[in-house]
Design a protein around this ligand. Structure first.
Ligand SMILES: [Zn+2]
Ligand SMILES: [Zn+2]
Length: 116
């Protein structure tokens, strides 16, 4: 089995194929240390996937994912704002530091006899 020895991100070559990792996004090989106390450089990062455990992505793929996330978030925010406008809900959102109303406790009845 042949090993890639060139990091496509920075173009650097390695003697030890273990210093390169395959990107989950583009299937190209890039610098990624297996251990953070290892000498070397990182041209990507490992992220925790939903089900497969750690997934490794090169920097270009990470940047692209971040751009996509930012773009979709903006679209979603616009859609939410439009939905709120269509529903006629123009009330300002409550400040995040307002505590929720306390749970209803036992009611206190004021007896009419006591009022006078
Ligand atoms: Zn590199
Ligand atoms: Zn990639």
């Amino acid at each position: 089995m042949a090993f890639e020895t060139t990091c496509y991100v920075c173009g650097g070559t390695v003697d030890d194929p273990g210093l390169l990792t395959e990107c989950f996004g583009c299937n190209r090989w890039f610098h990624l240390r297996r251990r953070m106390d290892q000498p070397g450089i990182d041209c990507g990062d490992a992220v925790i996937g939903e089900s497969l455990g750690a997934e490794t992505y090169c920097n270009p793929c990470l940047e692209k994912a971040e751009r996509d996330a930012a773009a979709s978030m903006t679209r979603e925010d616009r859609a939410v704002a439009m939905a709120r406008f269509m529903a006629g809900d123009q009330a300002p959102r409550p400040a995040p530091d307002v505590p929720p109303p306390p749970p209803a406790g036992p009611r206190r009845f004021r007896r009419v006899e006591d009022a006078g």
